[in-house]
Design a protein around this ligand. Structure first.
Ligand code: ACO
Length: 448
């Protein structure tokens, strides 16, 4: 099969959200810390009627319906998530309920977990399957689903929630350039979830930023080497039209793009313009460690890369800024934002993607975009996703309500024998929701 990649996408995020500006005032931090400092506008969150399973059921059934896919045509279903509800039973098995009526039980795949990277692992599994000799001609389906919640404190405004579903097959409008994958994997304690009784991670915020940037450097180096090997020429940022990043908060994306710019400058000063060359020259001799610690360098990078950032990165920042960190779904929600903003001018364009999961695992890879054939074409994907509509239909709740909700969620996490308030007034028709968890911890869902 040729041009294996993503044929169709749908995205779901909870309608309930809190404005970052309101959260700043509520938390008593200085004005602008979350909105300018972190670069975030708004944060979505699950109320007690929603969780990673309901969100993934919503997005899978919506994708099958809107692209008119026969459920029998799915041969592999892979889920990426780091929100653990059960240590044995996969989220994938919950999703098999959607396929019951069709009688299709012949679907390979389970869940992949490593912080925000699980979705990328799931996507690679599906792409590799379609490219392999065990492929049976059917579609792969990838689901990234997460609810990002943090304990009270500086990380809390970097939460969010969403699920995204991607159909994988040949002749895709969003085709992988399979030779171009650069990974960096190592052992770090930057963000992890050792306390199985709590949904919250243990996080060393500063270390997680440094780990992210180090992984980015390493992946970019390998990616450039592989590009040179396969294309026979050097790679610089000029060779890609867009760069899409895993987006825990927008400021880190700005810093990351600046960092790539600095990499280009170090690899070959002629890759950057004269003004930037002068601005960055004082930092050329820093050691790796020094360069991660230098605030001046960070500012100089961001300044030098600003114009190119506006062209090559900014179009992918909409959903992550509006919804927050969606963990495994973040990178793909950023990509969905790019499709949403630029769909009529993407044919022939290359998009470089950077996936990062704490702990840590990371890969840089790339897509080549084509218009595709209905229903698997870029403009139809944008219509189905209906990003503007979904953002407009949200309900902003005050910070007090958000905090009250986190208390309920803490209480329910790992709990049994409760019914949810059934208060699903906020949900749109077609949305799945949690109705109860029985005395055996079994979870029950209904469709609104
Ligand atoms: N106006 C404008 N900017 C402000 C203001 C203000 N009033 N106050 C602070 N800022 C700026 C700071 O200067 C800083 O920007 P800079 O980094 O460009 O200097 C930014 O706001 C954040 O302020 P800090 O004091 O550094 O924030 P803090 O340490 O309190 O928390 C952090 C930020 C570490 C990101 C925290 O939210 C966190 O731990 N989040 C979770 C970890 C995470 O997402 N890591 C990313 C990779 S791993 C993953 O994806 C989960």
């Amino acid at each position: 099969p040729n041009n294996v990649g993503i044929l169709a996408i749908d995205i779901y995020f909870p309608p309930t959200c809190v404005q970052q500006e309101a959260l700043e005032a509520h938390d008593g931090v200085s004005k602008g810390k979350y909105t300018i400092g972190l670069g975030q506008d708004c944060m979505a969150f699950c109320t007690e009627v929603e969780d990673i399973i309901s969100m993934s059921m919503t997005v899978v059934s919506s994708l099958l319906e809107k692209y008119n896919i026969d459920p029998k045509k799915i041969g592999r279903l892979e889920v990426g998530s780091e929100t653990m509800i059960d240590k044995s039973k996969s989220i994938k098995t919950f999703l098999m309920q959607i396929f019951e009526d069709s009688g299709n039980t012949d679907i390979e795949g389970v869940d992949s977990t490593n912080a925000c990277y699980g979705g990328t692992a799931a996507l690679f599994n599906c792409v590799n399957w379609v490219e392999s000799s065990s492929w049976d001609g059917r579609y792969g389906l990838v689901v990234c689903t997460d609810s990002a919640v943090y304990a009270e404190g500086p990380a809390r405004p970097t939460g969010g929630a969403a699920a995204i579903a991607m159909l994988v097959g040949p002749d895709a409008p969003i085709a992988f350039e399979s030779k171009l994958r650069g990974s960096h994997m190592s052992h770090a304690y930057d963000f992890y979830k050792p306390n199985l009784a709590s949904e919250y991670p243990v996080v060393d915020g500063k270390l997680s930023q440094t780990c992210y940037l180090m992984a980015l450097d390493s992946c970019y180096r390998v990616f450039c080497e592989k590009f040179e090997k396969s294309e026979g020429k050097h790679f610089s940022m000029a060779d890609s039209d867009y760069f899409v990043f895993h987006s825990p908060y927008n400021k880190l994306v700005q810093k990351s793009f600046g960092r790539l710019y600095f990499n280009d400058f170090l690899r070959n000063p002629s890759f950057v313009d004269e003004v930037s060359r002068q601005a960055l020259a004082p930092y050329a001799s820093l050691t790796g460690d020094e360069s991660y610690q230098s605030r001046d360098l960070e500012k100089a990078n961001q300044q030098a890369a600003k114009k190119i950032y506006d062209a090559k990165v900014q179009p992918s920042t909409l959903i992550p800024k509006q919804v927050g960190n969606m963990y495994t779904a973040s990178l793909y929600a950023a990509f969905a934002s790019l499709l949403h903003n630029k769909h009529d001018s993407l044919v022939g364009k290359r998009v470089v993607m950077f996936s990062y999961g704490s702990g840590l695992t990371s890969t840089m890879f790339s897509f080549r975009l084509q218009e595709g054939q209905h229903p698997f074409n870029l403009s139809n994907i944008v219509t189905v996703m209906n990003v503007s509509g979904k953002l407009k239909q949200r309900i902003e709740l005050p910070p007090e309500k958000f905090v009250e909700n986190t208390k309920i969620m803490e209480h329910h996490y790992g709990g049994k024998e409760f019914v949810t308030g059934q208060d699903c007034n906020y949900l749109l028709p077609g949305t799945f929701f949690l109705t109860k968890v029985d005395s055996m911890y079994r979870r029950f869902y209904a469709k609104k």
